[in-house]
Design a binder for this molecule. Structure first.
Ligand code: IMP
Length: 426
């Protein structure tokens, strides 16, 4: 059984926790896209793990962990994560495999990300400044790209870096009046990265096909959310990769039909961090209530997240393009205490009701959410262990979401811990 876990909103849906739970029945966990812009949090007992590049399944020591071709690897972050887990007694020795074809994020990518965002003023995307866009741009441009396989020959890489830095420094000076970056510092860092990471670099496509052939169970972990997908999200306010499940086949070389189940993860409300359209946004005290109660501050950047009502149109779109079979609805407990909950079941665009999400932002800008009001609940949900144990109003809220999105909710999050997840029969 191969399963993909993918975010249905604009990221931060709680995928880390869902992956951690499903990892119990899996042999291999795979990150198929994105980079250290992701922030996946897993809470086990009193321990909290925040991972950016390692798949969330890495916390289970029985799992093989794969970082596939389309991931952009920041070696600094990856080494810090490996060492951080080792300090907490979790070893990745002999079980971490990084694609030799994955591209590498270096300091000049982060600098470029920052310089560009600063220069854009009001038009900025609100990126995580992790160098993600510039690294993917170098990948597409090809001539100035660095891949994990380059760490196998450090002398050749040093030569390549001299050419790249000469180009980047000219660009940064001409466009932004920026100081040049020291190529020797980048080369010295790369020597350390090579020592640590070259031994885990391999052909992960072969590894995955061999594992599938041997009947191993693979868990594919999406990063960010489907609405941040470069081709299918709210461009240009997106990330630079295919963060929907459409990125899985191209991202790791495993065909979509080899994946038996797609689980979409959504919060019981919606959040977004960074700029871009957000039809159900609550720029008021209810949004503030959700932000504080749900600790809606970015795992990667610490930025306050924008909060709003559950958007059934947006979630249904992500389900359609992502071939999603069932949904994990997270953070239901965060809504406790709100007297009335609004669910967006359609948009009104140019006087017409529509249920197909327009990803094009000019059309999305015209969308007015059509809400349905449902009663809230005051009861504490955090100890509930079954769907039946939830207050009737909470059950009605979940059932109505199922009707709007057209797929069953299979898991419900009622708190941050592993065991605060209700398994609901389909
Ligand atoms: P980038 O991926 O750093 O280039 O940022 C592009 C957009 O995607 C910005 O709005 C970010 O806030 C958003 N973004 C990137 N990664 C995540 C994530 O893991 N969660 C939520 N938003 C993200």
């Amino acid at each position: 059984m191969n399963t993909c876990v993918v975010g249905l909103q604009w990221g931060d849906e709680g995928k880390g926790k869902v992956v951690d739970i499903l990892a119990e029945d899996s042999d291999v966990v795979v990150r198929y896209g994105g980079g250290s812009n992701a922030g996946h949090t897993v809470v086990i007992g009193d321990s909290r793990f925040a991972l950016h590049l390692l798949p969330s399944g890495a916390i289970r020591e029985s799992m093989l962990c794969v970082i596939a071709n389309a991931v952009v690897v920041d070696p600094d972050v990856l080494i810090q994560e490996i060492d951080g887990l080792a300090q907490r007694g979790i070893s990745l020795a002999d079980r971490l495999f990084i694609s030799e074809n994955a591209h590498v994020v270096l300091d000049y990518h982060k600098r470029e990300d920052q310089l560009r965002e600063e220069s854009l003023g009001k038009r900025k995307i609100g990126t995580t400044i992790r160098g993600i866009g510039p690294c993917y741009a170098d990948k597409v441009g090809r001539s100035y790209a660095v891949r994990m396989s380059d760490f196998r020959d450090v002398a050749a890489l040093a030569e390549k870096l001299r050419t790249i830095l000469a180009y980047k420094n000219k660009l940064f000076a001409a466009l932004y009046g920026a100081e040049p970056m020291d190529v020797n510092a980048v080369i010295e860092n790369c020597k350390l990265y090579a020592q640590r990471l070259a031994p885990c670099t391999t052909d992960t496509t072969e590894l995955l096909h061999t594992a599938i052939g041997a009947g191993r169970s693979i868990l594919f972990e999406g990063a960010q959310g489907s609405l941040l997908d470069l081709d299918h999200g709210t461009f240009p306010y997106v990330t630079s990769s295919n963060s929907s499940s459409l990125g899985l086949p191209s991202g790791c070389g495993v065909p979509a039909k080899m994946v038996h189940k797609y689980i979409g993860v959504a919060k019981a409300y919606t959040t977004r961090v960074g700029a871009g359209p957000f039809p159900t946004e609550l720029d008021n005290e209810i949004g503030q209530y959700i932000r504080e109660k749900g600790h809606e501050y970015g795992t990667t950047t610490g930025r306050p997240r924008r909060c709003g009502w559950f958007d059934g149109v947006a979630a249904a779109y992500s389900i359609r393009i992502g071939s999603v079979d069932s949904v994990a609805l997270m953070h239901l407990d965060t809504l406790t205490g709100l007297k009335q909950l609004n669910l967006c079941r359609a948009y009104e665009i140019d006087g017409q009701e529509r249920t197909f999400f327009p990803a094009n932002i000019d059309r999305l800008a015209k969308a007015r959410p059509v809400y349905e009001a449902l009663p809230g609940w005051d009861e504490d949900l955090s100890e509930a262990t079954s769907f039946e144990a939830l207050p009737a109003t909470a059950r009605t809220y979940v059932r109505r979401i199922e009707q709007i999105i057209g797929k069953p909710v299979e898991m419900i999050g009622v708190g941050p811990r592993r065991n605060q997840t209700i398994m609901k029969s389909l």
